[in-house]
Write a protein that binds this ligand. Structure first.
Ligand SMILES: C[S@@+](CC[C@H](N)C(=O)[O-])C[C@H]1O[C@@H](n2cnc3c(N)ncnc32)[C@H](O)[C@@H]1O
Length: 295
């Protein structure tokens, strides 16, 4: 039944799917996965392979993606660990816009008490759950939700991880305030900012926006057509979920925004050559800050 399903999804998928068969053999019998993928997955969890970018190691050298980056080797995991004094023992973590779950899994396996990954897109959440099942990582939970709703429902976390998400919201000041309310320790923020001189990434001219009383300068970025259907948005796996435009503040304005949100200390993380090499993102106008709650 498995090979029959595979043959229907193309040669590339067969090759990758066959690799996954080996990875799964002896761990999860193909006929009885540990959870039911949604009915949208015609071939069950085979439809979830390969992942788009989180290249998560599975058993026997297999991985969830052919290309992409291994989150377990990503420098942002090091930055979280350093920000936490080298240990996550007993700490709770939330991973905002967790995509395919690689960072959540890496932090869970670094000893966190519990990790919650929040992700709006169903197929990505299913990939997260598949990866957790295949790695046998128990202390991680993946929630299909909009961050803006879900954070408010949760008790504060010791660690808030925001990689590649702040530049996907139209009101980053509000998201930072939500993050501050949800944080009782440290927040790691990895994001694009607007360039001062000329626009990058197809951003707009410089604009000034008033967000909750603060005035910030930056650029707008179009995420999707405002009249996009839910299905169209669901297919844009790396994009904003609920904002047709996002606002990228200038770096100085971002720092002020983090302070305005109520974080008491804000520290920029500088990258040496080794770290740059392991920072597997588009590095143009990309910055990383560690913000802390001290009271
Ligand atoms: C650029 S990807 C970054 C993924 C991941 N954090 C990483 O660094 O590899 C942005 C992710 O955030 C998710 N996302 C965007 N807006 C969201 C929202 N409002 N609520 C929940 N997830 C959202 C997207 O579906 C996507 O998976």
């Amino acid at each position: 039944m498995v090979m029959q399903s595979l043959s229907r999804i193309g040669r590339g998928a067969v090759r990758r799917g066959s690799a996954a068969v080996g990875a799964l053999r002896g761990r999860i019998p193909p006929q009885s996965p540990p959870w039911e993928p949604s009915a949208e997955r015609r071939h069950g969890w085979w439809d979830l392979l390969p992942f788009t970018t989180h290249r998560i190691p599975l058993a026997d050298g297999y991985e969830t993606a052919v290309d992409g980056a291994n989150p377990f080797e990503d420098v942002r995991i090091d930055i979280v660990m350093e920000a936490c004094g080298g240990s996550l023992d007993g700490r709770t973590v939330v991973d905002l816009g967790c995509l395919e779950g690689g960072f959540s899994l890496a932090l869970a396996e670094q000893g966190a008490a519990h990790v919650v990954g929040i992700e709006a897109r169903r197929i990505s959440v299913e990939r997260c759950r598949l990866a957790a099942a295949l790695r046998g990582t128990p202390n991680v939970e993946f929630v299909e939700a909009d961050i803006k709703d879900e954070l408010a429902r949760r008790d504060p976390f010791d660690v808030v991880l925001a990689t590649g998400i702040l530049y996907h919201v139209s009101d980053p000041a509000a998201m930072l305030r939500d993050m501050r309310s949800a944080c009782r320790g440290v927040a790691v923020i990895d994001t694009h900012v607007a360039a001062t001189d000329a626009a990058t990434h197809g951003c707009s001219e410089l604009v000034e926006r008033t967000l909750d009383g603060g005035v910030y300068r930056g650029r707008m970025f179009a995420e999707y057509a405002p009249d996009s259907s839910l299905d169209e948005r669901a297919g844009l796996l790396w994009a904003a979920w609920s904002d047709a435009d996002s606002f990228w503040p200038l770096e100085d304005d971002l720092v002020r925004m983090i302070h305005d949100a109520g974080f008491e200390s804000v520290e920029k993380i500088e990258f040496d050559a080794d770290r740059r090499q392991r920072w597997r993102v588009d590095q143009v106008n990309r910055v990383t800050y560690v913000a802390r709650v001290t009271s």
